[in-house]
Design a protein around this ligand. Sequence first.
Ligand SMILES: [Mg+2]
Ligand SMILES: [Zn+2]
Length: 219
Amino acid sequence: MSAEGPARVVFFDKDGTLLADVPWNVDPVRMRLAPGAAAGLPLLAAQGYRVAVVSNQPGVARGLFPEGALILVERRLRALLGQLGVALEGFYYCPHDPGGTVAAYRRDCECRKPAPGLLYRAACDMGITPDRAWFVGDILDDVEAGCAAGCRTVLIDNGNETEWRLSPVRLPHHVASDLEEAARAILAHDLARDAFGCGLRNARRAARPEHAAATGRHA
Ligand SMILES: [Mg+2]
Ligand SMILES: [Zn+2]
């Protein structure tokens, strides 16, 4: 990343985004990177982007697997990314579901996407503000969580979103067909923003006196 400011972060949804979607899977042997991940993740890491996962895991609340199974999932994720030379900085998951069957996990919570709770927690742990972060997911609930937290968002439109309940808070900044395209969109966006941001500040500074005089308002 540029020498100015702290490095940026990309949060990824897990199932269907970072990994090929295998419903309710917690078997490490069946975990496979999603299309484009092996190409896209190193592109981001090479530019200094830090990577963490933010995932809903309602299978815990539904009694499909114990929360402890996610330890092995995280370990396998770290290994898969490690093979690409990418460090996984955090693995955040929501084990809850208000319709779950396991009493300890059956509740409304602030961490189940589309709520932004896990993104806030991850950003805080990583020492960044969410506006330094992207959130990449494969459904609009991911986009909504990212927007609610103040992140920029990419939707990987790979067929996993089927309802398309669009609203102003569910509009992604970019749509990509796979993770490599998502990574390239992030890099291009931030490059343009950095360049334009400096230009905009200078333009505003230069324009301020004329603007104030012309409108008769105080800047
Ligand atoms: Mg997903
Ligand atoms: Zn939760």
